[in-house]
Each structure stands twice: as structure tokens, then as C-alpha cells.
Write a protein that binds this ligand. Structure first.
Ligand code: MCN
Ligand code: CUM
Length: 798
């Protein structure tokens, strides 16, 4: 895949002063964001626009006997009230989920989770719609709910999905991976085995902007335009067309500025379908925008995995086998947003950064009376859960063997020369140098000093204990090769379209969609690098399916690995054409034209002063194009990645645990990441900071909780706690560079690494503070009461 000149050199990334690879170019998008000129879905106002409010069920499990619309229709300004019956008339009563299940758009017969969509009120303004919604009278017959996967699988559990033929219980599927026999055999004969039970609690991505849309049916053109909070506009267009029956070329999805996605904006939600249906029926634009509690209680959640981890090892700490068993709560529908052939996402890489002889993982998924989802929140499709499992287990093993957790990792790392490496579960790691990243992190964290300080506090019986936690994670991002990765059957390639204008600037259109990651800047940097243009002269467009090339969207940190690769390849196609124009302009043979990455110029071989810039070439392409060539200067690339990329890192967290209050303070937080060649170090650092904050939220605060009646008790920001600046310590970031051998610019994704890698480091640190009293696990979120209970359990409390 590498260019003739070898692509950018990791050792000298200076961007050549033009804002290419490796330069911390300031984000172009920030001017409009910080001056209040962003344009989000809720900013869109259209003449005659109506507003949609959804009536939601107060019960988690209930049969609907009757819905009375009359009082709502009496409210002045209410235009329509829709129920499942009305939608059925348009064949829109149900919609497919991304995992082949069928979800009610509005409840047909039986409510399956609290706050499920029951009816929709369309009115001339939002407040009237809300008043109308309060007046819709629903007669519910309340049923017994079941909220945990374990309870849902009990023989006497109430059947949630009774509308499905052949569904006799709440079991969805079983999945397994690896070699059970070989793994079990190693466990039988190993000198040491350890086992731990751990829960990865239900979380919610909670982007600042909730989900919503403005649907606008044009009866003249018979075309619908939907401004949508979408991380994947093209995939959503295809699904919209399939669900509505409107031909795909008559559907336009526009993702304007998106106020954070974090995976929450990958699925299609009932509100979108209702607004679109209402717009078609009423022939007026319809806006639907969620409130915060609706967002937390009903849209794609994350995790909810109950995991058992086991390691088999030798006495000197060589891990021989990994075994895991998982109980997964998928909520009321199987609506996980992930490549369709991976029912447990990429949980497969639970062997992590370690070279083991065998591994086996099994999983059972269940329906419950809770909101559907499972994959979201910077997770790389369940790599969060996999990394948590293995990095926690390595700490458990280190404790069992009384070994230093850094040393035990060193003994088990896959070695740099072993790449490409096939893991025990059959995954092909592209490149890595794990020890280098760990060593750098240890040095930055002043590891030995804190180990001594920890000992001193124990000996002095101090009020505050020190704990040090490590996580040396491996990620897998860049879904994905079309042969294995698809969404609703569409292969997960991505695309770039570059058009160079006569005056020498260019527009790049991509199939991915930024939600805050800085693509308008970083994708322009790839073009700047590959064409010798100034980054200021390249604008990046995305999020409009009428004009952008088809792509699968932004999630799973796939933009850089897939669309970034497409961008580099498209730029190189432009460069190839540029050579023939350069030859024409310089009156030389095309074979004699060379491109110089450093200067960004094209010149005649052996005659560097006979050179020409891309700007001059652009003029030539339109004003003096070579005979026999097409005029113009542009190229498109659809990139099917040969493999995924495997970024990695080592995080070290030092905490102080207060024995009196159970409070945890971060003393030091070091994150060393390796995402291959780096496009924009400042953007990467921003991604790391944000993701570490979310990792702290995960480990310490966040939890979507339900009571036994299925009431969502963690469904608003009073109860679902997000970290603020006050809870976030100073992060120290470092990096190593191990390029991906198969990516055109040697880059790997990074957007999810910090959230994937940090929770186990934090839990390991808190556990480590109590390890001298043989504490091996504390469940997340590690609230002060939980930490205090763990201290009290072993007599360490004050
Ligand atoms: N980058 C780079 N050099 C690399 C790798 C990445 O400069 N070697 C830059 C990229 O150019 C891009 C950013 O880092 O600007 C993230 O790139 P990448 O890792 O490819 O991830 P994506 O762009 O595909 O973003 C998705 C990822 C996911 S899946 C979640 S979830 C998440 C995350 O990004 N959601 C976010 N970070 C987020 N950040 C913000 N502000 N908002 C979200 O919703
Ligand atoms: Cu798993 S959250 Mo991101 O892949 O959009």
C-alpha cells in the first residue's frame, strides 16, 4: 500500500511547514464553534415547521388496552396524534434494528421498557406538542418486568418478546470464540489459576447534543430531506429508504454540526421515523428533538456485561490461557450497533497484548425490560469490555503470584518481531511495541518512587493509602475489511473525493462524519501532506448524502484507518495525474517527473530547478491541459482496508484512597499512546484528554441504574453523574510511533483508546491501594461508599 517514496517518514514529521502530517494545526472548525456560529440540528428552522413530542410509557412492561387521542386533539395548535395503528397504514409500524431484530416505532401492543415510544403529538410549537402529549390517555395493563440478564434467563421469568414466533424465553443468542478443549486442558494442568467476577455496568454516552431531526418532505420533487444527528449519513439514507419505501435517490440525509456522538448517534431511533412519516403525511417540515432524560433513558446505551475472567499461568508469571464467560443484557430489542457478523462486537480480542497458548470466550445475551443498545460510548465495539477483563485479570494474577504488575506484563507481551501476530482467537495484529510504551509510562509516572511511598504509608498506618494501577491495552479499530465487516449488508469501506480548483485550492469530500474529532482540519492535513498544498487551501466537506461519496460513517475509530486511507490514496491519484500535467508544462517526459515530499514540488529528474507547484499544475489542468488527457484535476477512492489497525498504549494511574471517607484522589495520571503515524498531535492529545475524562466517569461515577420495577433510576443528570473539570486531574501524555504496515500513511485510529484503556488502570489502582489486605476487586463505578465498604470488608476503614 505504500507510495513509491515510502509515504511519510515517522522519524521526520514536520508537516513541511504546510500543515501536513505531524503538525499541530489549529482546528479550522473551532472559529465557528467558539463564536456561536455552529449549525446544529436544533438550529434548523424551516417555514411552516411543526414539532413532534413523543408520549412515553411510565411502565417498563405493560400491555396497552387503549389509546385515547381526543383530549390531545382538542388542544389548540395540535395538528395530529399518531399511534402504531396510524403508522401501520403506511407500513411503518416497525423498523429493523442493525442486528436483524424488529423494533416497534410506536408501541403496537406491549410496552417493553420504561419510556418506550407510545404515541406522537405533532403541533405548531414544541410547548403545545408537550401539552398535547400530556393529554393523550393510555390505558395500560401493568405486567411484571425483568431487568437483569440473570433474572431474565430464569425459567419463570416473564416472556418479554411474546410477539415473536419461536421465542419461548428471553434468550437471544449464544456466542463463543477460541479453542475450548485446548483452553480447558491448559487450565487443568496449570500451576496457577485465578478467577474473578466483574461487571461492566450499563453506561450512556451522553453527548452534549441529544438526538433529533428535521424531516422535510417536498411533495413537488417527491423527495425527503432529513437533517439528522447522524454519525453515518449514508448508511442511514439506505436504511431510511428501506424502511420508508422512498427510493434512495429521493432521500437526502444531512448531518450538520454534531454536538458529540460517542456512538449514541449510530442507530436509527423511532423519533426519526415518526418525524419523517409525519412530514410526508402532513406535507410540512417536522422537527423532533429529544430532552436529556429521553436521551439517557431510551437511546443506545453501552456495556452491561457481566463477566467472569480466568487466567492459567506458570508460577513465574507466564500466562498460558485465558477463559471468559459473559452474560450480556441487550435490553428489549437486539439493537446493537456493530458489524453484523460480530454478535459480541470485537470482544474477541480479550487476550489483549499478551502471547498466550490458548483462549476461549463464551457469551449469552438476553432480552430484558430495559432500553435497547449495548455498543456505544467510545468502545470500539466492545473492546472496552475485553480490555477491562484482561487488564483486570493480569492485576489479579500479579497479586496471586506477589509479582510486580509491570514485570508480569513484560513477561507476557507479544514481542515487536512477532508482528504481524495472530492471536489465540484468530485476530491479526498489524504492529506493536508494547514494552517500549510501558517503559516510557513507568518513567513518566515515577513508578519506583510511588511504590516506595505506597510502602511507607502502609508501614506508618497512614490515613490515606497509595495505589498504582497499570493498563497496557491493545485496541482494534478500522472496521473494516469488506469480507468480514458490514452494516446491514453494506461492506464497511470508506471514501474520499478530491477536486482541485483552477486557482489551486481544493475541496475534499469524505464519507465519514465528524462529531467533534476535528476532521475538517486533520483530513485536510492528509491532502496537504500528499499534494504539497497548504492546509489552508483545502476545505473538507461531509455529512450531505447528495454530494459526498458513499461511506459508512464515523464510529469504531474508523475514520483515520479507512476514510483517512481513502484520502491518501485519492490524493496520490491526483498526484499521478498532476505528473502528466507537470510534464506538459515543463516540456519533459512524464517518466522524468518526480515529486518531492519535502518541498511539495514536482520537478524534472536531475534538474531540481525545473520545478512546478500543485497550484501551477491546477491552472494547467484547466487552462492548458495536455492533448489526449481529460481536463480537470480530481480523483475518487473507495478504500476497502486489507486489515484493521491495532493501536495500543500503557496508562499508569496513581491514586490516594481516603480510609475515612472512601474518596479517591488522582495523584498522577500518565497516558502513553501509540496510534502509528500521527496526523495532528494536538488533536490526538485532545482526543486522549476527552477519552480519559470519560474513563474516569466510567470508573468512578457513571451508571444507568434500574429498580426492580424497571424504573430507570439513573436516567437524568441528577442521577447519572458525569465528571466535570473538578473531578479531572492533570493528565500527562506521551507517545511512541509504531506505524501500521498496511495503512497508506501508516496511521492507526486513536479516538477510543483512552476510554478503552483507562478504566482498568483506575480500578487496578484503587484495588492496589488495598492489595496488602488481599482486596482483588472493586466494582465500577467506584463511588466513595463502595470504596469505603471494600476498605471495611478487610478492616482498613477509619
Ligand atoms: N488522528 C490523528 N492521527 C492518528 C489518528 C487519529 O491525528 N494517527 C486524528 C484524526 O485525524 C481525527 C481524530 O484524531 O481528527 C480521531 O480519529 P480516529 O481515531 O480515526 O477516530 P474517528 O475520527 O473515527 O472518531 C470516532 C471516535 C469514536 S468511535 C468515538 S465514540 C468518539 C471519538 O472518536 N466520539 C467523539 N472521539 C470523539 N470526540 C469528540 N469530540 N466527539 C465525539 O463524539
Ligand atoms: Cu463504540 S462508540 Mo464510537 O464507535 O462511535
Amino acid at each position: 500500500q505504500h507510495d513509491a517514496d515510502g509515504g511519510p517518514d515517522p522519524e521526520k514529521h514536520h508537516g513541511h511547514g504546510r500543515g501536513g502530517m505531524g503538525e499541530s494545526v489549529k482546528r479550522k472548525e473551532d472559529k465557528r464553534f467558539i463564536t456561536g456560529r455552529g449549525n446544529y440540528v436544533d438550529d434548523i428552522k424551516k417555514p411552516g415547521m411543526l414539532h413532534c413530542e413523543i408520549v412515553r410509557s411510565p411502565h417498563a412492561h405493560a400491555r396497552i388496552n387503549d389509546i385515547d387521542k381526543s383530549r390531545a386533539l382538542d388542544v389548540d395548535g395540535v395538528v395530529a396524534v399518531l399511534t402504531a395503528e396510524d403508522l401501520a397504514g403506511h407500513d411503518l409500524a416497525t423498523m429493523p434494528t442493525l442486528m436483524d431484530d424488529t423494533q416497534d416505532v410506536l408501541v403496537n401492543d406491549k410496552v417493553k421498557f420504561q419510556s418506550q415510544e407510545v404515541a406522537a403529538v405533532i403541533a405548531t410549537d414544541r410547548y403545545i406538542a408537550k401539552d398535547g402529549a400530556e393529554k393523550v390517555t393510555v390505558d395500560y395493563e401493568v405486567l411484571d418486568p425483568v431487568v437483569t440478564a440473570k433474572d431474565a434467563l430464569e425459567a419463570d421469568a416473564p416472556l418479554i418478546r411474546d410477539e415473536l414466533e419461536d421465542q419461548e424465553d428471553n434468550h437471544i443468542f449464544d456466542w463463543d470464540v477460541g479453542d475450548k478443549e485446548a483452553t480447558d486442558a491448559i487450565f487443568e494442568e496449570s500451576e496457577v489459576t485465578v478467577k474473578e467476577q466483574m461487571e461492566y455496568q450499563r453506561l450512556h454516552p451522553a453527548p452534549i447534543e441529544t438526538c433529533g431531526c428535521v424531516a422535510d418532505w417536498d411533495p413537488g420533487k417527491e423527495k425527503i430531506t432529513v437533517h439528522l444527528t447522524s454519525q453515518a449519513p449514508h448508511a442511514h439514507r439506505t436504511l431510511f429508504s428501506m424502511v420508508s419505501g422512498i427510493p434512495e435517490h429521493k432521500v437526502r440525509i444531512v448531518s450538520p454540526d454534531i454536538g458529540g456522538g460517542f456512538g449514541n448517534k449510530v442507530p436509527i431511533y423511532p423519533g426519526y421515523v415518526v418525524a419523517a412519516a409525519a412530514s410526508v403525511v402532513l406535507e410540512q417540515p417536522v422537527k423532533w428533538m429529544e430532552e436529556r432524560s429521553e436521551n439517557i433513558q431510551t437511546t443506545g446505551f453501552a456495556r452491561d456485561y457481566d463477566m467472569t475472567g480466568e487466567l492459567a499461568a506458570t508460577k513465574d508469571g507466564k500466562i498460558r490461557a485465558v477463559r471468559t464467560d459473559v452474560l450480556a443484557n441487550h435490553g428489549a430489542y437486539n439493537a446493537v450497533a456493530q458489524p453484523s457478523k460480530f454478535p459480541a462486537g470485537f470482544f474477541n480480542i480479550f487476550t489483549g497484548s499478551y502471547d498466550v497458548e490458548a483462549a476461549y470466550g463464551s457469551l449469552t445475551a438476553a432480552f430484558t425490560n430495559t432500553a435497547p443498545g449495548g455498543v456505544a460510548y467510545r468502545c470500539s465495539f466492545r473492546v472496552t469490555e475485553a480490555v477491562y477483563l484482561i487488564e483486570r485479570m493480569v492485576k489479579v494474577l500479579a497479586h496471586e503470584l506477589d509479582m510486580d504488575p509491570a514485570e508480569i506484563r513484560r513477561r507476557n507481551f507479544i514481542q515487536p518481531e512477532e508482528f504481524p501476530y495472530e492471536s489465540a482467537t484468530g485476530w491479526n495484529y498489524d504492529s506493536g511495541d508494547y514494552e517500549k510504551a510501558l517503559d516510557l509510562a513507568l518513567e513518566m509516572a515515577d513508578y519506583d518512587h510511588y511504590r516506595e511511598e505506597q510502602q511507607r504509608r502502609i508501614e506508618e498506618d497512614a490515613d490515606k493509602l497509595i495505589g498504582i494501577g497499570i493498563s497496557s491495552f491493545t485496541e482494534v479499530v478500522g472496521a473494516g475489511p469488506g469480507k468480514t465487516c458490514d452494516i446491514a449488508g453494506i461492506e464497511m469501506f470508506d471514501s474520499a473525493d478530491i477536486r482541485v480548483n483552477p486557482t489551486g485550492n481544493a475541496v475534499l469530500r469524505v464519507g465519514v462524519q465528524t462529531q467533534g474529532q476535528g476532521h475538517e482540519t486533520t483530513f485536510a492535513q492528509i491532502v496537504a501532506e500528499e499534494l504539497g498544498m497548504d492546509v489552508e487551501n483545502i476545505s473538507v466537506e461531509h455529512g450531505d448524502t447528495d454530494t459526498d461519496p458513499y461511506g459508512l460513517g464515523t464510529y469504531g475509530s474508523r475514520s483515520t484507518p479507512v476514510a483517512g486511507a481513502a484520502t491518501a490514496v485519492a490524493a496520490r491519484k491526483v498526484r499521478d495525474k498532476a505528473k502528466s500535467i507537470a510534464a506538459n508544462e515543463l516540456e519533459a517526459a512524464e517518466e522524468d517527473i518526480e515529486w518531492d515530499r519535502e518541498s511539495g514540488h514536482f520537478h524534472v529528474a536531475g534538474a531540481p530547478d525545473r520545478s512546478i507547484t500543485i497550484t501551477e499544475i491546477a491552472a494547467g489542468a484547466y487552462m492548458n491541459h495536455p492533448a489526449g488527457e481529460e481536463p480537470g484535476l480530481e480523483a475518487v477512492d473507495y478504500y476497502d482496508p486489507p486489515e484493521m489497525t491495532y493501536p495500543f498504549g500503557s496508562y499508569i494511574v496513581v491514586v490516594e484512597v481516603d480510609r475515612e471517607t472512601g474518596e479517591v484522589d488522582f495523584e498522577k495520571f500518565v497516558a502513553v499512546d501509540d496510534c502509528g503515524n500521527r496526523i495532528n498531535p494536538m488533536v490526538i492529545e485532545g482526543q486522549i484528554h476527552g477519552g480519559l475524562a470519560q474513563g474516569i466517569g466510567t470508573a468512578m461515577m457513571e451508571h444507568v441504574t434500574y429498580d426492580e420495577n424497571g424504573n430507570c433510576t439513573g436516567g437524568d443528570f441528577m442521577n447519572y453523574l458525569l465528571p466535570t473539570a473538578k473531578e479531572i486531574p492533570n493528565f500527562e501524555t506521551g507517545y511512541t510511533v509504531t506505524p501500521s504496515p498496511h495503512h497508506p500513511i501508516g496511521a492507526k485510529g486513536v479516538g477510543e483508546s483512552p476510554t478503552v484503556g483507562s478504566p482498568p488502570a483506575i480500578v487496578n489502582a484503587v484495588v492496589d491501594a488495598m492489595a496488602h489486605a488481599d482486596v482483588t476487586h472493586v466494582e465500577m463505578p467506584m463511588t466513595p461508599d463502595r470504596v469505603w465498604a471494600a476498605l471495611a470488608d478487610v478492616g482498613l476503614e477509619l
